[in-house]
Design a protein around this ligand. Structure first.
Ligand code: ATP
Ligand code: MG
Length: 1008
């Protein structure tokens, strides 16, 4: 178990090795000393009052316990609160938390801690209505503690009333309202306190905390010792109490809870009136008894908004109706004092009930909220603890009876529940002996024979019945009762005074009660006059508190039920109510009488452990099985311990799976199988299971991390794949769109005049760029093909020529493509070579027959420069086999044999439209020339010459004849490399090459 380390002892008494009272006490003491104030007995929480503030109630701790099981965290009252809440929510079952222990053991603190926890873990949705409800639930504590708690010799903040609070939840588990039942306020405290004790806190808080204006308005002085009712105990200031501060908190709580200003003011007026009432004294005047100082009467009358005279009458006399007549009967001294005190007590009690009623009105569950689903509740019972004073009276008798009833409930439920569970689950079980306090409950509550019944009977008697007579009646009727004793019954017991004391052997110890005042307190009589007085007050709040004051004097009323009977009935009803709920117990222990955080009074604690029956509780728990869990829950927690159950079992039921697991880890000797639960006999087995589990947890954590990481990676992988898929789809979509768009653009392209030349290609998506290049090429080629087929066959050579020139010159040479037909053999044309065309043609024919070429592809007059930089006029002739250089001056006589075309290794032209043409010849001087004497003049023929040569000399596979285009061209003349540059400034009629340096020649020519 994840209990604390061994140095803190056992977190659950069930785990004790030897179950003896010594070991129990040792463990309790060790834990107290180590500030471990909570210890379990199964699901019961034993709480030892630490008498110091503990750092174990923080929001972080609340988070730690939220939704956890008992054994998952160190013992804490939060675990119990959470279990009560979980059970309610899970099974839609009403639950209750019963907090018991003697006065000062920490019950009220425990109840507040529980309330805080429940309000903190609910309302995750921060709904306004829930916040309102939880706010009032918490605020109501402040208010009720102020008016219902007091400093006693046992406890500085002792609850002097019993409180049972229901918190209602809707089907989602959110608090939606609540209801408070209050039980028998110890109102005698209003008029009397034992030495060392105080009246209810509210008086001191008002005196210390009210502002000057309020003090004045209430005619008060701040000193509590100025008032009889707040000075008898002589303990006005208490170190642990800050009345001034608390007063502010109470006022704030009243306001927050919805009390009107008038209601608040009335509460304070009642307190002030009670204080003054206590100071009223009576004196004898003749036959009658009168108030000695009217001053107080005046003040009280003004505070209660009643007539001074009326109040005075009520205090001094009472009106009785006898034989049809109404007469005023003066009080004797005893009646006057009794009347005054009864009035003070009744006013205070009424005011307290009014507070509870108002809080209940405010907390009431709004019907529209419970429309949906089932409303369930958690009850928290914080009642006055068992107490023994030096002088115990009727109040202590009731309080202790109440504790007997709760102890009875505890015994019944803890044993009954346990027994029922074994029975229901089909497990054999042996009864455990325990002290059953039923007999004491009966001693008090039995009809006719019970103490309350005897007291009632005494009260019913007409005539003077004294408390001593009541004691005598008890002696008679209870003389054989083992738990009742008195001096008459046990003359040897000198502790018990004759005609005054009786003793009850309570489950928690022997208590001596004094019968003094028993009858009066049981009768609890308040003269009608006071009721009428307050009903007729001008203060509406007061009037509402006293509705029975409306009754006519003459009206004969039924005798009211006695305080004892009322209390008994309310206790029986309370027990019945608790019986219908799933109970959770907090057993509070008071470690010492000194309110010390360090002292562990062994004897006192042992006494409490004994009477609370804690050892029996552990025994019952251990005699059976220390732990039980539903099969599924057991599996969920321990399934990792066996390969049969990890990660999931294949058995037909959870029970079978649990059996397989238990057998596998060899714990079957200590296990019993119920119908729905597994029962583990010894705590050792549970510890064993927990330890094995703890060992495996790190591996599981790693496994979970691994699986989780794997899961994450797979998730990411799937996302990436999906992402790519989407991207691809999108790309395809974009491509399709693009292609569709283009195909639309290209629709009917073959019928268009420009065959789609004017079509603008939209920018394609990146992936299509390459394809589009190809497509553009395809289109281009297709268009070219189309265009070409339109050209007559005879024109194809010319076209081919131009294409050849295009390929080498396009983009390099300016303006080369003129819209002019290329005619090739110009020198044979009449209009070009008027005088010599025939001569030229005949020369060509001679050459043709000699060199066997078939056609002149190009001829032109040129100006040529030789290796000596000398310029001459020549004719250039290119045939399909040779390049000739002819002399036009000598009837076109060839200058030399024609250069075979294979020797032509390249051509150079300038980038301008001058007619420079260099034909590079392998192994000989290049032909460096400039075309001239054209018709029309300066016709651009160099491109045609280039085209002709390229077409003739380009091989297959696109190996072009190298063509250089530039303004600084290289050539070889006389075996030397020379540079030809163009002089663009001059434009001579005849082109001319001029030597600039040894290697540089400049061509001056007229360009187009
Ligand atoms: N858990 C706790 N942490 C700190 N102090 C505590 C705790 N429980 C109790 N105390 C201290 O003990 C005092 C008495 O506790 P509490 O009033 O709860 O006792 P009680 O059992 O309600 O007594 P009574 O029966 O007289 O009402 C508190 O005022 C507080 O000082
Ligand atoms: Mg209390």
């Amino acid at each position: 178990m994840s209990f604390e380390g061994p140095e803190f002892g056992k977190g659950d008494f069930v785990l004790l090795d030897d179950l003896t009272i010594e070991e129990f006490m040792q463990n309790l003491q060790l834990r107290f000393e180590k500030c471990r104030i909570y210890t379990y007995i199964g699901e019961v929480v034993v709480s030892v009052n630490p008498y110091k503030s503990m750092n174990i109630y923080s929001p972080e701790t609340i988070r730690d316990y939220k939704n956890r099981e008992f054994w998952e965290r160190p013992p804490h009252i939060y675990a119990l609160a959470d279990a009560a809440y979980k059970t309610m929510k899970r099974y839609l079952k009403d639950t209750c938390i019963v907090i018991s222990g003697e006065s000062g053991a920490g019950k009220t603190e425990a109840s507040k801690i529980i309330m805080n926890y429940i309000t903190a873990i609910t309302n995750a949705s921060s709904r306004h209505e829930i916040e309102r409800v939880t706010g009032i639930l918490l605020k109501s504590n402040i208010i009720l503690e102020s008016f219902g708690n007091a400093k006693t010799n046992r406890n500085d903040n002792s609850s002097r009333f019993g409180k049972y609070m229901d918190i209602n939840f809707d089907f989602k588990g959110d608090p939606i309202g609540g209801h408070i039942n209050n039980y028998l306020l110890e109102k005698s405290r209003v008029v009397h306190q034992q030495l060392g004790e105080r009246n209810f806190h509210s008086f001191y808080q008002l005196l210390a905390g009210a502002n000057e204006q309020l003090i004045k308005e209430l005619h008060l002085s701040r000193d509590p010792s100025a008032f009889t009712y707040t000075s008898q105990g002589q303990a006005n200031s208490v170190r642990s109490i800050d009345d001034k501060k608390t007063h502010r908190e109470v006022v704030a709580a009243l306001r927050a809870a919805g009390f009107t200003d008038e209601e608040q003011k009335t509460l304070f007026k009642i307190l002030a009136a009670i204080l003054f009432l206590g100071n009223i004294e009576f004196e004898k005047k003749g036959d009658s008894v009168v108030v000695s100082k009217m001053d107080y009467v005046k003040k009280i009358a003004s505070l209660l908004s009643v007539e001074e005279k009326d109040l005075q009458d009520c205090l001094q006399s009472r009106v009785v109706a006898a034989r049809g007549e109404v007469i005023s009967k003066s009080h004797d001294m005893k009646d006057a004092v009794y009347g005054r005190d009864a009035f003070a007590k009744a006013m205070y009690e009424r005011m307290f009930c009014f507070l509870v009623e108002r809080i209940n009105e405010i907390l009431e569950v709004k019907q529209d909220i419970v429309r949906y689903g089932k409303s369930t509740l958690i009850g928290v019972l914080d009642i006055y603890g068992f107490e023994i004073f030096d002088n115990n009276s009727f109040e202590q008798f009731c309080i202790n009876y109440c504790n007997e009833k709760l102890q009875q409930l505890f015994i019944e439920l803890v044993l009954k529940q346990e027994q029922e569970e074994y029975y229901n689950e089909g497990i054999t079980w042996q009864n455990i002996d325990y002290f059953n306090n039923q007999i004491i409950c009966e001693l008090v509550e039995q009809s006719h024979k019970g103490i309350i019944a005897i007291c009632d009977e005494a009260c019913l008697n007409v005539g003077k019945v004294t408390d001593a007579m009541f004691l005598e009646a008890m002696d008679n009727k209870l003389k054989t009762h083992a738990h009742f004793s008195s001096r008459r019954k046990d003359p040897k017991n000198k502790d018990l005074a004759h005609d005054q004391d009786f003793q009850i052997v309570h489950y928690a110890g022997d208590v001596k009660y004094s019968v003094d005042g028993f009858l009066d307190k049981n009768k609890d009589q308040l003269f009608q006059d006071f009721k009428r007085l307050l009903y007729n007050s001008k203060n509406q709040v007061l009037t509402k508190m006293w509705p029975e004051g409306a009754q006519s004097i003459r009206e004969v009323t039924k005798r009211p039920l006695t305080a004892g009977t009322l209390f008994k009935t309310s206790m029986i009803a309370l027990v019945q109510k608790l019986n219908t709920k799933e109970p959770y117990y907090v057993r509070c222990i008071k470690p010492n009488e000194l309110k010390s955080p360090v002292q562990f009074d062994y004897k006192r604690c042992k006494h409490q452990v004994n009477y609370l029956g804690l050892l029996e509780n552990v025994r019952v728990r251990r005699a059976g099985y220390a732990n039980r869990q539903p099969y599924l829950r057991f599996l969920q927690r321990y399934k990792m311990l066996s390969s049969f159950t990890w990660p999931n079992h294949q058995c037909s039921s959870d029970q079978e799976a649990v059996q397989a697991l238990v057998t596998d880890i060899q714990l079957e000797d200590d296990i019993a199988y119920g119908k729905t639960k597994i029962f583990i006999r010894t705590p050792k087995t549970l510890v064993d299971l927990e330890e094995r589990r703890a060992q495996l947890i790190p591996h599981l954590v790693i496994l979970i991390q691994k699986m989780w990481r794997g899961g994450l990676a797979r998730m990411r992988y799937r996302r990436t794949i999906a992402m790519y898929k989407i991207m691809n789809r999108y790309k395809l979509y974009k491509m399709r769109c693009y292609l569709l768009e283009m195909s639309q653009k290209f629709q009917g392209v073959s019928r268009r005049a420009d065959l789609g030349k004017g079509i603008v290609w939209t920018k394609p998506p990146a992936v299509l760029e390459e394809l589009v290049q190809h497509m553009k090429m395809i289109h281009l080629k297709w268009r070219a093909g189309k265009i070409v087929t339109r050209i007559p066959k005879s024109d194809w050579p010319a076209v081919e020529l131009r294409c050849a020139a295009y390929e080498v010159l396009h983009g390099k040479r300016n303006n080369w493509l003129k819209r002019r037909q290329w005619q090739g053999n110009y020198l044979a044309l009449q209009n070009e070579n008027q005088s010599a065309a025939a001569v030229f043609t005949s020369r060509v024919n001679q050459l043709r027959s000699k060199d066997k070429f078939s056609e002149v592809k190009f001829s032109a007059h040129v100006r040529k420069v030789n290796k000596n930089n000398k310029c001459e006029d020549r004719a250039l002739v290119v045939t399909d086999r040779h390049v000739y250089k002819l002399n036009p001056a000598k009837t076109y006589k060839p200058m030399r044999a024609g250069v075979p075309l294979q020797k032509v290794k390249g051509v150079s032209v300038s980038s301008g439209s001058d007619q420079l043409l260099i034909i590079h010849i392998e192994g000989a001087d290049d032909l460096v020339l400039c075309i001239q004497k054209t018709n029309p003049e300066y016709d651009d023929r160099a491109p045609e010459a280039v085209g002709v040569l390229v077409k003739l000399l380009s091989g297959h596979g696109g190996n072009h004849l190298p063509v250089h285009v530039g303004d600084q061209l290289q050539c070889t003349l006389g075996g030397k490399s020379k540079t030809i540059s163009i002089d663009r400034k001059s434009s001579p009629v005849t082109p001319n090459f001029r030597k600039m340096t040894g290697t540089l020649l400049t061509l001056s020519a007229t360009a187009q």
